[in-house]
Design a protein around this ligand. Sequence first.
Ligand code: SF4
Length: 796
Amino acid sequence: MKKKVRTMCHDCHTKCGVVLVVEDGEIVGVEGDPNHPISEGMLCTKAYSAKEIHEHSDRLKYPLRRTGERGEGKWERITWDEALDAIAEKMRQIIEDCGPESVVTAQGTGRACNAWHYRLQSSIGVPGFSLAPTHVCLLPNLAQTHVTWGRMFHPHEACDYRRAKCNVSWGSNPIRSRQHSGLRMLDSKRDGGKLIVVDPVFRDIASKADVFLQIRPGTDSALALCLSNLVIQNKEYGEELLTEWTNAPFLVNPDEDRLLRDFDLDASADEAADHYVVWDTASNDVAVWRPETKSYDRENVRPALEGSFAVTMADGSQRTCRTAFQEYADYLREFTPEFTAKITWIPEERIREAYDIIVSNKPCILSPYLGACMMSSNALQSGRAITILQILLDPPVDLPGGIFFNPIWDVTFDPKITMADQVPGNHLRLGYDKYPMYTQVYASSNWPASVWEAIETEKPWPVKGIFCVATDLLGCYEDPQRIREALLNDNLEMLTVMDYWMTPTAQLADIVLPAAHWSERDMGDEEVIPDPCIVTIPQIAVDPPGEAKDDWFFWREVGKRLKPEWWPWDSTEEMYLERLKWFYDWPEDGTWEEAVERAYIQPKNAGESRIYEQHKKGLIEFKTASKKIEIYSEAMPVYGYNAPYPTYAEPEEGPVSTPEVYQEYPFVLTTGCRDYPFYHSAWTNIARQRVLEPWPYVEMNDLDARELQISEGEWVYVESPRGRMKAKARPSKAVLKGVLSLPRQNYKDECKELNLPGFDWDQANPNVLIPADGSDPGFGCTPMRGTLARVVKATV
Ligand code: SF4
């Protein structure tokens, strides 16, 4: 008899609601869940492959232990208890011999286990995410919003696209990558809203744009600075938001490249207090802002936003101090459309056209994604430039049609679940000396390339074990050649991998564990979209193959073996219910069946009970030093950035910075764009997906192809100073002349059904072209957008 099981797809971050039709324990139908508040019935082809994935003959079914040499492919079947005991025992031994920092746990993206991974690390004694590609993924965006707003949120997800009058999709193609955002932007457009798309490649959503800004990869901050300049010059900014809620009116100390403090003016003032100074237009004198009380030193202060003011310093001298806003405005002056056109390769008139639409259609929501501000040598500053442009455009804050404060990051990082506050001491992560902002402040993660180095050199401390869940290290990090050498190094005593398939990394492992697909598990996670913000209660639709288990099982069972008092649960359902009670007002005696019945559950302060403008009501605060949104951030120079406000820097490798390399590699390369059928390195083995994009390919401008006598479908090598990969040429007018675009997937798996080959780990893998050395100064984001490459005809 057929039954319908409501659950949730995990094949990308979007987490669409799915109804699986099941008969006699088999999936016989896949439907979008029309009642799901976020996906609203929409699914992509990946979810429709649930049956193929569930039944695929290559799925891992049982825990395996290596019996031959590493990578030799000789395995024996073991039980879960044997595998977990061996893993816990090895972790215990490493902790004893070398310290907890020598245990590296690794996870992939968006598989709903971030918080439990964090808890396992706390159980080991080093809280944080041990190893994840967060240096180029969502964390840079969270970090820059935290620096600016004192709150973590993703600008591309924190907004009410549907009610915006203009949406700017910046470095993203949400039709392929985040469908719910794309759906909402297109709804706005249907209702008469405007759409601007910024991307080096014309694809999907660009076809609906009123203006398409085809940008040179890695130059997004220049565009944001130019638009900001125009907004300020034309006084299109929101004075109230800037004056009352940001530190734009604070005066800058002209001698020390920092904000003026009251102790600069009065030697008796407390230096430790961080009291800032504004020019009060009501009294025509200075006034002092006290963050601890969130008030000025007197009533009715009216801070000047623009201008320079003469102030008397503590030593009696007179100095002229600009407001932070004025200092930024002065820096921006250079970024005229003409000047910016030369940097970005966007025609000047297009920039002006986009600007006119943006300021004539407010609220205008900017939606920057990975390409714009997380994967370049100027990543954090690009993100800040776009975030501050958004603030200048005066969006409704925590109101419909504008930007929302999303509760989910408070849930993800809550110590109730991470136990971070229970682990005493300061813990360093590998790469702490290079990228303190990444390793110590935000991700608490090891910077990836430092992990490979530590395996080989045992410096600054050894890495003796790597334990991976849902991540293929050889597929997801830059410079995989180096990673493979490290994973084969004898210094690494244990490598374990939990996944669906025998991935290239799993082939090198000591223990391999079978993971359950979303159709086979009932673990889930909050969706990051803030309105409606919900958690979906998924259900198991079909039994997993063999003994495959969900990821929460792995973290829980390892945790139980290491610190049982922190892992009291016996099932994933129990863990889920606990989380509902902690964060969702779920009754103490509420059952799993009741949760399943409810289907979608909202956190506190969401949906109909949502309270808007929480900052004005004192319900949330901006957790910056000034307790204001910080246009001028003194934290940025502390983290190694060149200025407290966003600046433009040429990509570290490019036509301007390295002309000698450009001579040999005359294309600007962008890698990592999302293809509809794939997610990161996954699904090239699934026929329903692979049929849509059967071969690795590189997109290039048709004029460039003609000059090189390269034709459509011809095999070429894409080469960079780091390595080369094979792809079929796809010339078209979609790509800017002088640019190459490679999609993310690495075609590692063969597709038996379509008789299409898989490619070895380094043959069709764009990461072989990317330097591992991070070049964003504080965060170590690697330049997946905006390095140099060339394309040559393949000879074999
Ligand atoms: S893979 Fe497709 S169906 Fe699944 S969550 Fe993502 S967009 Fe939704």
